[in-house]
Design a protein around this ligand. Structure first.
Ligand code: ADP
Length: 499
């Protein structure tokens, strides 16, 4: 199958969070399963001109509208002329100085709508120009949400018209709500400006457009697929998602087992596997304490966080609780993250107040992220909502017990110490309601597990290390969705304006 992925991020080239990890790993796993996969992302200033990049010989003409053609350059990694059969995805990077010249992946929403509409059209027009016609166009999150819309309208009559579209919601909270002038720039047909297409209270909602136009929709965990159909988690789009429920699948993300492998991780201090986890974890804990200037203490439970600092993650509530906890409980806390200024300030102050017991690093640091996963005893994710969450899976892979709220993919992946078979199958601590009391109770349970139940703590760690989060099942599930999408697309007539 020929698969075109369009996304704003793909690891290892450009990443702010889980979306980048998933696009990088899923495309690679699909290619390894024998499919011809191409990924189109912008050549942001920060990823430009890597070794092995080859420029496409001709400029690519992007037909924004019948009256407006812009040109860009495509750079390719692993060019198709390579003699080996395709077993790796081909990455295309779109270079356009005005749209993607700066280092940042995201700028401000209004401008991003234009940047990513351009990316999407560039991807489609490049396929047309090079006569590489995908069977499936897989669009990721709101930045690529116009792909299904273009395939049903302005590109419907082209050689791409038979391509099925699959749209993946990585986070429903970010929908790309932008001024209607974008439609004029793109000269999209006016019938799209209705509530069951793109229109949303006088503006455009790009995510909504994708939900109506994609052949199939997926999201990143089965539980989140259920949740987003409810008023509470639907972010205003729950009616559309219920309407499309028959075409919506929740597929749990896998993790990149090569990148996140404690037995071969170049970023950590001591490599380990399930058999020598106790020694390996202890060595990494000591290294983490040293790296972050925490007091060296093998016997103190160390709680870690690696996260974007946004309201979604529930770290505001955690920050309220930490002063009393660090004052009274025997524990250490290490956070790596960046995001909202008020949260950054809050955690910076906390670190200043509790030197040796609380360490905070603001910024993006992949190496430290790995060391925290390896060296911490517990990993905190008290999220308000969490479509899938990858860090809890990385944690389990490194024998670090996640403390999570039972929302979205966190509920699908972490089994509570106290539920079902307890220490026989538990892999972490799970709490349910989003409030201070529940988070505090969960942390107290973790402390209790660590100090009062060492054999159970070891058993949970063993269970966590044994969990399988490979891409094998998710890839099979995506291929199934692609096959269904193709079947329904090829049996379907052209999109027509409503009478
Ligand atoms: P989200 O996609 O909502 O940010 P996920 O848990 O799905 O959350 O994925 C987060 C990914 O981003 C993980 O790979 C995590 O290690 C990484 N990450 C987040 N913040 C940082 C940071 N400050 N430094 C390094 N890696 C980070």
């Amino acid at each position: 199958m020929r698969i075109l992925m369009i996304a704003p991020e793909a690891a290892p080239f450009a990443k702010t969070g889980g979306l980048g990890d998933v696009v990088g790993a899923l495309s690679r796993e699909m290619a390894m399963a024998g499919h011809e996969v191409r990924v189109v992302i912008p050549a942001y200033g920060s990823v430009r001109h890597r070794d092995g990049w080859a420029p496409h010989p001709d400029p690519v003409a992007v037909h924004i509208s019948p009256w407006n053609t812009l040109f860009c350059r495509f750079w390719t990694l692993n060019p198709p002329a390579h003699p080996a059969p395709p077993s790796a995805p081909i990455f295309h990077f779109v270079e356009h100085n005005e749209f993607f010249g700066e280092n940042a992946i995201y700028t401000e929403p209004r401008r991003d709508a234009y940047r990513f509409a351009f990316l999407t059209l560039a991807a489609l027009d490049f396929c047309l120009q090079t006569q590489w016609h995908p069977d499936v166009v897989h669009a990721h999150d709101w930045p690529a949400a116009l792909a299904p819309v273009f395939l049903n309208t302005t590109r419907r009559g082209t050689a791409l018209g038979r391509a099925a579209s699959v749209f993946t919601i990585h986070n429903l909270f970010h929908q790309g709500i932008v001024p209607a002038s974008l439609m004029e720039w793109l000269r999209l047909p006016s019938w799209l400006y209705t509530a069951d297409n793109l229109e949303c209270f006088g503006a455009l909602n790009l995510m909504k457009g994708a939900l109506y136009h994609a052949t199939k929709i997926t999201t990143v965990s089965p539980n989140y697929a259920r949740e987003i159909q409810t008023l509470e988690h639907g972010c205003g789009l729950d009616p559309v998602l219920r309407h499309r429920a028959g075409d919506l699948a929740g597929i749990l993300n896998g993790i990149d087992l090569a990148e996140w492998n404690p037995a071969a991780d170049p970023h950590i201090a001591a490599r380990f596997n399930a058999a020598d986890a106790a020694q390996g974890k202890a060595a990494n804990k000591a290294a983490l304490q040293h790296a972050l200037q925490l007091n060296p203490d093998a016997g103190i439970p160390l709680f870690g966080v690696v996260s974007r600092l946004y309201e979604q993650k529930g770290l505001d509530l955690l920050a309220d609780l930490l002063p009393a906890l660090l004052e009274n409980a025997h524990m250490q806390f290490a956070l790596l993250g960046s995001g909202e200024a008020r949260l950054e300030d809050c955690y910076r102050n906390l670190a200043a107040r509790f030197p040796g017991r609380c360490a905070v690093r603001l910024g993006f640091d992949n190496k430290l992220a790995h060391l925290i996963e390896a060296g911490a005893d517990f990993f905190l994710m008290p999220s308000r909502f969490e479509p899938c969450g990858l860090n809890q899976m990385y944690s389990m892979r490194y024998g670090t017990l996640p403390i999570v709220r039972a929302t979205g993919g966190l509920a699908d992946t972490v089994e509570d110490w106290g539920s079902g078979h307890g220490a026989k199958t538990g892999t972490g601590i799970v709490f349910h309601e989003f409030n201070h009391g529940e988070i505090l109770h969960a942390i107290h349970r973790a402390l209790q597990l660590y100090f009062d139940f060492p054999p159970e703590f070891t058993a949970l760690r063993r269970n966590a290390l044994a969990r399988d989060f490979s891409w094998k099942k998710p890839v099979a599930a995506y291929l199934n969705v692609y096959a269904e999408a193709l079947k329904s697309r090829r049996g379907q007539g052209a999109a027509t304006p409503p009478a």
